[in-house]
Each structure stands twice: as structure tokens, then as C-alpha cells.
Design a protein. Structure first.
Length: 119
């Protein structure tokens, strides 16, 4: 599985994904830093990438129907989350092999204490 990391997440997200054996591309490294959400989403679609973001705009299934994507993962934390907090939240997902194996066509909202899945 390959991930496209949105610019609202720390760059260290890429290293964590790679430690778990996943390929990761950061939007800032491919000229999409500051791009509109629809352009980022289109890039993810066209390149069969699972989009990972902290932007709840991608959780709007009217604009981004999960079935049109290779996965949409939204990391959410409370208050003033640090990079370490977001890494911990992502790592809780990465430890869930069965969930990740079936992420295509789904929206995952990953919180510190739970993972919500929407088809």
C-alpha cells in the first residue's frame, strides 16, 4: 500500500509509515504543498494512493466518496496535538493489519482511543 501524506501532518509521518513497510509520498515533495484539497484528492485517485490527512474536509463523503479512493485516513487529536501525538495516533492504526488490508474504498477517522470506519 502507498500513502499520500497531506501537508497538515508532520513530515515524520513518512518515516513512521516506512518503518512499517509502506511507501509514502508527501504532497510538499511533489509540488502540491498549498494545493486545493480537490487537487490533492485527484492526485491520490490517479496514482492509487491512500490519502492520509488531518483535514476533516476529506471526511465529507459528499465531496470525497470513500468508494472512489484507495482509502481516506483522517488523523484527529484533541486540543494542541504535537507531532508525537499524531505519530502515536497513526501507529495505533498501523498496528491494525486487518483494518489496513481492507482500507480501499473506506474512510477511517483515527482518534487517540478509537478508529471509526465508514464505507
Amino acid at each position: 500500500m502507498k500513502f499520500l501524506i497531506d501537508e497538515d501532518l508532520p513530515r515524520s509521518i513518512s518515516s513512521l509509515l516506512q518503518r512499517y513497510g509502506y511507501d509514502a509520498i508527501d504532497v510538499r515533495d511533489i509540488g502540491l504543498g498549498g494545493a486545493e484539497d480537490n487537487l490533492i484528492a485527484s492526485y491520490a485517485q490517479n496514482n492509487s494512493l491512500c490519502l492520509i490527512s488531518g483535514d476533516f474536509g476529506f471526511s465529507d463523503i459528499r465531496n470525497y466518496p470513500p468508494t472512489d479512493y484507495h482509502g481516506l485516513v483522517i488523523l484527529t487529536a484533541r486540543g494542541n496535538a504535537t507531532a508525537a501525538d499524531l505519530l502515536n495516533i497513526l501507529e495505533s492504526l498501523l498496528k491494525q493489519d486487518k483494518i489496513l488490508a481492507d482500507v480501499q474504498g473506506k474512510l477511517l477517522i483515527v482518534e487517540p482511543d478509537r478508529i471509526r470506519i465508514r464505507n
